[in-house]
Design a protein around this ligand. Structure first.
Ligand SMILES: Cc1ncc(C[n+]2csc(CCOP(=O)(O)OP(=O)(O)O)c2C)c(N)n1
Ligand SMILES: CC(=O)[C@@H](O)[C@H](O)COP(=O)(O)O
Ligand SMILES: [Mg+2]
Length: 643
């Protein structure tokens, strides 16, 4: 029998399959989802969980015309497989291959390029109203959103608006009881109550069964009584939250039963006004290892072997910045009870599990609510606590206004540990943390710094927690360099001169220190004497040291794993300009004003010219241009084009 998937060139082909064939197709999709993991890490458990839902959605709606938004977008792989992309699937998350998220450049079935959680209901509502305005009112609009994303504040803004507009809008709430970690908070509790609703249909039978099984004494009786009360409440109130927000609530429904799902989807498709369909799925469904440990299998490492259905994963030996920061955070939590740490649902990614276990009173998981996390940290700081907001650079963008108003304007001592600050490799442009230098350095009171190598990490966090102002500390998803050198304590606004050179200087911030040292070594072997400065601070900038280099040396290169627009190099140019120092020989290396697509991080560093060999090449060019001989302004300018 040939592959069913190869027969699906577009969702319309699904309609040629029998019910049994659809079940076989679901199985084949799951096998296909395993394949990339033989060589690299990709999103997994979330995709396994939505296979039947994807098929049922495409069988019920016609998304060549109707509109479909997958919230976040990490669970879009089955959708890609049945919308004409199964032949390219092996390339997913590699340079030039399919993106791991929705990508309108790949298919008209992907409407927005996304990777951040929470906006699906808003965009689906916008699509609906836009279609109406454009004379296409018959088109349906569907948002599929996970229970992890659902507590994001913007979802309630969208639901509020949808209730007012009262148009047909289908929100499919995919409830698998998981975010990346187990989901937390009041919405989660409410969903758990709603889950119990089907049981209410035969409460008496349930009660009889429960009473027969349990000895009616002590705690057991209390448990039986509590669960009975919960069942009754679920029956009466299940979905009440959504009904009160103006949505018609339907469900809960088994999200792995294609036939039932189709019936329910058909029903909600015909409903006037906004409707929420509560679908129950299992994260990792169909692959035992993944459903048993959905946290690890959210984005697991490479499969080492699969034996009797049990998957063992390749262990990573590398120690990343994240490991060092999480150790340093734990040390601070242990030494000072005022210190606490917040995560917005990224406990696993930030490697905070040990902090969560060992210091439960100093650990807060807000769920995917970054704006709230920052304002919440501000509240704690105001009354004397020392909060650390441990967050990915890209997700902190959600909190820009709270950084401004609740933190910086009040000058509160909140420490931001910005992980994934730089390229995020295969996650791509939705996740790169490339904007935080510009968006942090603009705020009065904010101290902005970055550890140059492993030995900078712990002292920098300790330093940050001693300040009476907000501090931002950034580091990428990478192993830090370990640069042998004499100890140089962290002092406010002080750069570290690693070595001075007479031919020029590379001034590196954060992760680029290691690349700069390597580039200087390459150059030394070629006879160039190029120095390296580990800038450490973006703000306050060490003007004395940096402007000495700018004034005295033939050329200066600044290098950062961040956008050149408004970044560290720009801060250096501003400083030179303020002091009236000529800076035509200062070249800014960094991420150009463009979107850098998914690839390995080292490929991305090379692409934008900030890995060691590219830096060495640029230094050679600058040395030739600004060395002893005179150069025309034209030559200088052509060399200074960024990107
Ligand atoms: C704004 C934002 N914060 C954090 C994340 C990281 N993140 C990606 S998926 C995910 C869990 C989402 O859970 P859910 O929506 O329930 O989807 P599931 O994986 O359970 O299917 C998180 C926290 C993100 N993508 N966007
Ligand atoms: C979808 C999403 O936002 C996360 O799953 C993200 O891919 C995590 O990135 P890390 O794997 O770097 O933690
Ligand atoms: Mg979930």
């Amino acid at each position: 029998m040939g592959s069913l998937l190869s027969r699906i060139e577009s969702p319309a082909d699904l309609r040629t399959l029998t019910d049994d064939e659809l079940c076989s197709l679901a199985q084949e999709i799951r096998e296909t989802l395993c394949q990339p993991l033989e060589s690299r890490s990709v999103h997994f458990a979330s995709n396994l969980g939505v296979v039947e839902l994807t098929l049922a959605l495409h069988l019920t709606f016609d998304f060549a015309r109707d509109r479909l938004i997958w919230d976040t977008g990490h669970q879009i792989y089955p959708h890609k497989l049945i919308t004409g992309r199964h032949e390219q699937f092996a390339s997913i998350r590699t340079r030039g291959g399919l993106m791991g998220y929705p990508n309108p450049d790949e298919s008209p079935y992907d409407l927005f390029m996304t990777g951040h959680a929470g906006c699906s209901v808003s965009t689906a509502l916008g699509l609906k109203m836009g279609d109406e305005l454009m004379g296409r009112p018959e088109r349906k609009s569907v948002a599929v959103i996970g229970d992890g994303a659902f507590p994001s504040g913007i979802v309630y803004e969208a639901m509020n608006n949808a209730a007012e507009l009262n148009r047909e809008l289908v929100v499919v709430l995919n409830d698998n009881q998981m975010s990346i970690c187990p989901r937390v908070g009041g919405v989660a509790k409410s969903l758990d109550k709603a889950r119990m609703a089907p049981m209410f249909h035969d409460v008496k039978c349930q009660l009889d069964e429960a009473l027969h099984k349990l000895p009616l004494v002590g705690h057991s009786f209390e448990r039986a009584w509590t669960s009975l009360k919960d069942m009754v409440k679920a029956g009466v109130y299940g979905g009440m939250l959504f009904e009160q927000l103006g949505f018609q609530y339907v469900g809960p429904v088994d999200g792995h039963d294609i036939k039932t799902l189709r019936e329910y989807l058909q029903m909600v498709k015909e409903q006037p006004g906004p409707t929420l369909l509560h679908v129950l799925t299992e994260k990792g469904h169909g692959i035992a290892s993944a459903s048993e440990d959905p946290v690890t299998f959210h984005t697991p490492p490479v499969f080492e072997k699969v034996e009797n259905g049990v998957i063992s994963l390749r262990k990573s030996k590398s120690v990343n910045f994240t490991n060092l920061v999480s150790d340093a955070i734990r040390e601070q939590l242990a030494s000072d009870k005022k210190v606490c740490v917040m995560t917005a649902a990224m406990c696993q990614g930030n490697k905070l599990e040990r902090s969560r276990e060992e210091f439960p009173d100093q650990f807060f998981d807000t769920g995917i609510c970054e704006s709230h996390a920052v304002a919440f940290a501000a509240g704690m700081a105001k009354v004397g606590a020392r909060p650390i907001v441990a967050i990915y650079s890209t997700f902190l963008q959600r909190s820009f206004d709270q950084i401004f108003q609740e933190v910086a304007l009040q000058n509160l001592p909140v420490t931001f540990c910005l992980d994934r600050a730089g390229f995020t490799g295969p996650d791509g442009p939705t996740h790169h943390g490339t904007f935080d230098i510009p968006y942090m350095r603009i705020f009065p009171n904010m101290v902005v710094m970055a550890p140059g190598d492993a030995s900078d990490v712990q002292p920098m966090l300790e330093f940050a927690l001693k300040q009476d102002c907000p501090v931002s500390l950034r580091y990428p998803k990478a192993a830090p360099a370990q640069i042998e050198r004499a100890a140089c304590p962290i002092e406010m606004g002080q750069a570290e001169v690693y070595e001075w050179g007479t031919d020029g200087c590379i001034i590196a911030i954060g992760s680029m220190f290691g690349e700069a040292v390597e580039a200087a070594e390459i150059l030394r072997e070629e006879g160039f004497d190029v120095g390296v400065i580990n800038a450490r601070f973006i703000k306050p900038l060490d003007k004395r040291t940096i402007l000495k280099a700018v004034s005295e040396l033939p050329f200066v290169m600044t290098v950062e794993e961040g956008t050149v627009v408004g970044g560290f190099g720009s801060a250096v140019l501003e400083a030179a300009c303020e002091e009236g120092i000529a800076a035509n020989h200062v070249y800014r290396c960094g991420i150009p004003d463009d979107w850098i697509l998914h690839a390995e991080r080292k490929e991305q560093l090379a692409e934008v010219g900030i890995d060691a060999p590219s830096l060495a090449a640029k230094a050679r060019e600058l040395a030739a241009l600004f060395g002893p001989k005179e150069n025309s302004l034209e030559e200088v300018n052509s060399c200074k084009q960024v990107g």
